[in-house]
Design a protein around this ligand. Structure first.
Ligand SMILES: [Fe+2]
Ligand SMILES: [Fe+2]
Length: 215
């Protein structure tokens, strides 16, 4: 089949609409999990413990919003093939994390971060830029992101109230998925990111986690 200008314009319009639709659904529609693992029963928490657990789960939810932005930005700009398929698959697994965190926030009588549109958009731009630079570097972003997220989740296991077994179980599940995503990206040919990029990512993540606890 030969492409002509109207066909290219129509393809472009389709992908712009799909991108906008993904963003709006991620940010404003209730998230649905495909996997619904059994979780421990709710245990009694003081108001202060509930508020603290909600702050941490809001950070994790914001991180999952950023993961959706990153993976969808990467998938939008990567060439069709195994890397794009891997990114789309990872994004749909991350959607489970988003749904688990969202449900837990509601159970803790709380809400997601009001700054989520900013995290999504910023991550989408970073992901799209990485994809333009090539599959190996793009996959390198996945490995580095997952490595940093795993570190955050490990620190949350230290900080969550000891008796909030439900939040802790969600964080444990996410942590083991993130490690698998990092490993899968390595298997697909991820390269190590050059020096300052991981540091910049850590700074950006610090801003996000610092604000999402409160906002
Ligand atoms: Fe995740
Ligand atoms: Fe992940």
């Amino acid at each position: 089949m030969t492409y002509n200008a109207p066909m290219l314009a129509s393809d472009l319009l389709d992908s712009v609409l799909k991108t906008a639709d993904d963003a709006l659904r991620t940010l404003f529609a209730p998230a649905h999990a495909v996997r619904n693992p059994p979780l421990p029963a709710e245990s009694p928490l003081t108001e202060a413990e509930k508020r603290h657990a909600a702050g941490l789960m809001r950070i994790n939810h914001a991180g999952e919003i950023a993961a959706q932005g990153l993976y969808r930005g990467q998938a939008a700009m990567s060439r069709p093939g195994s890397t794009r398929e891997f990114l789309q698959r990872a994004a749909s697994e991350e959607a489970d994390h988003l749904a688990w965190c969202e449900t837990r926030l509601h159970e803790l009588d709380s809400r997601p971060s009001r700054l989520n549109p900013i995290w999504y958009l910023g991550s989408f731009v970073i992901g799209a830029t990485a994809a333009v630079l090539g599959d190996e570097l793009s996959l390198g972003f996945v490995t580095e992101t997952e490595r940093q997220v795993e570190g955050h989740l490990a620190s949350h296991l230290d900080r969550l109230p000891a008796n909030d077994q439900r939040s802790r179980a969600i964080v444990e599940l996410m942590k083991s998925d993130e490690a698998a995503h990092a490993q899968a990206a390595r298997t697909h040919g991820a390269t190590e990111l050059p020096g300052p990029i991981p540091t910049l990512m850590r700074v950006a993540a610090g801003v996000m986690t610092g604000t999402a606890y409160w906002l």
